[in-house]
Ligand binder design. Structure first.
Ligand code: FES
Length: 93
Protein backbone atom coordinates (compact mmCIF):
# COMPACT_ATOMS: atom_id res chain seq x y z
CA UNK A 1 0.00 0.00 0.00
CA UNK A 2 1.49 3.34 -1.01
CA UNK A 3 0.21 6.68 0.15
CA UNK A 4 -1.46 8.97 -2.36
CA UNK A 5 0.89 11.20 -4.30
CA UNK A 6 1.64 14.35 -2.33
CA UNK A 7 0.48 12.91 0.94
CA UNK A 8 2.34 11.47 3.90
CA UNK A 9 1.27 8.34 5.69
CA UNK A 10 1.71 8.12 9.44
CA UNK A 11 1.35 4.59 10.76
CA UNK A 12 0.76 4.23 14.48
CA UNK A 13 1.16 0.87 16.19
CA UNK A 14 -2.00 0.29 18.16
CA UNK A 15 -0.86 -2.98 19.69
CA UNK A 16 -1.39 -3.14 23.43
CA UNK A 17 2.28 -2.63 24.35
CA UNK A 18 2.86 0.41 22.16
CA UNK A 19 -0.54 1.81 23.05
CA UNK A 20 0.18 1.53 26.80
CA UNK A 21 3.75 2.84 26.42
CA UNK A 22 2.71 6.07 24.77
CA UNK A 23 0.91 5.66 21.48
CA UNK A 24 -2.38 6.37 23.22
CA UNK A 25 -1.10 9.88 23.95
CA UNK A 26 0.68 10.07 20.59
CA UNK A 27 -2.55 9.29 18.78
CA UNK A 28 -4.30 12.14 20.57
CA UNK A 29 -1.41 14.48 19.70
CA UNK A 30 -1.56 13.43 16.05
CA UNK A 31 -5.30 13.96 15.81
CA UNK A 32 -5.05 17.37 17.45
CA UNK A 33 -2.10 18.38 15.27
CA UNK A 34 -3.86 17.32 12.08
CA UNK A 35 -6.96 19.27 13.00
CA UNK A 36 -5.19 22.42 14.10
CA UNK A 37 -2.94 22.45 11.01
CA UNK A 38 -5.67 21.29 8.62
CA UNK A 39 -3.57 18.38 7.43
CA UNK A 40 -6.36 15.93 6.72
CA UNK A 41 -5.80 16.29 2.98
CA UNK A 42 -2.05 15.72 3.13
CA UNK A 43 -1.56 13.31 6.03
CA UNK A 44 -3.08 9.87 6.19
CA UNK A 45 -3.25 8.45 9.69
CA UNK A 46 -3.23 4.66 9.77
CA UNK A 47 -3.42 2.29 12.73
CA UNK A 48 -1.68 -1.08 12.71
CA UNK A 49 -1.67 -4.00 15.06
CA UNK A 50 1.47 -5.23 16.82
CA UNK A 51 4.54 -5.22 14.57
CA UNK A 52 6.55 -7.58 16.83
CA UNK A 53 8.86 -4.79 17.95
CA UNK A 54 7.18 -4.15 21.28
CA UNK A 55 10.40 -3.73 23.26
CA UNK A 56 11.32 -0.76 21.08
CA UNK A 57 7.95 0.92 21.38
CA UNK A 58 6.05 3.02 21.21
CA UNK A 59 6.59 2.65 17.49
CA UNK A 60 5.27 4.64 14.59
CA UNK A 61 6.26 5.28 11.00
CA UNK A 62 6.19 8.53 9.08
CA UNK A 63 6.50 8.37 5.32
CA UNK A 64 7.71 4.79 5.53
CA UNK A 65 10.44 5.58 8.06
CA UNK A 66 10.05 3.66 11.31
CA UNK A 67 10.66 5.41 14.63
CA UNK A 68 11.04 3.70 18.00
CA UNK A 69 10.60 4.92 21.57
CA UNK A 70 8.53 7.82 20.32
CA UNK A 71 7.76 10.03 23.28
CA UNK A 72 5.28 12.89 23.04
CA UNK A 73 8.19 15.35 22.81
CA UNK A 74 9.86 13.33 20.05
CA UNK A 75 6.58 13.13 18.15
CA UNK A 76 6.19 16.91 18.28
CA UNK A 77 9.71 17.27 16.84
CA UNK A 78 8.89 14.84 14.06
CA UNK A 79 5.68 16.70 13.25
CA UNK A 80 7.58 19.99 13.02
CA UNK A 81 10.04 18.40 10.61
CA UNK A 82 7.16 17.03 8.59
CA UNK A 83 5.63 20.50 8.28
CA UNK A 84 8.89 21.88 6.96
CA UNK A 85 9.27 19.03 4.47
CA UNK A 86 5.68 19.37 3.26
CA UNK A 87 6.27 22.99 2.38
CA UNK A 88 4.36 24.74 5.11
CA UNK A 89 5.47 28.36 5.16
CA UNK A 90 8.34 29.27 7.43
CA UNK A 91 7.63 31.96 9.97
CA UNK A 92 3.97 31.07 10.29
CA UNK A 93 3.08 31.27 13.96
S1 FES B 1 2.57 -3.44 20.31
FE1 FES B 1 3.65 -2.19 18.90
S2 FES B 1 5.19 -3.53 18.17
FE2 FES B 1 4.07 -4.77 19.51
Amino acid sequence: MTPDEGSVEIVVCLGSSCFARGNSENLAILNQHMQSHELNATVRLVGKLCQDQCKLGPNLAIGGELYHNVTAARLRELLQQLQVRSGEKHGTP
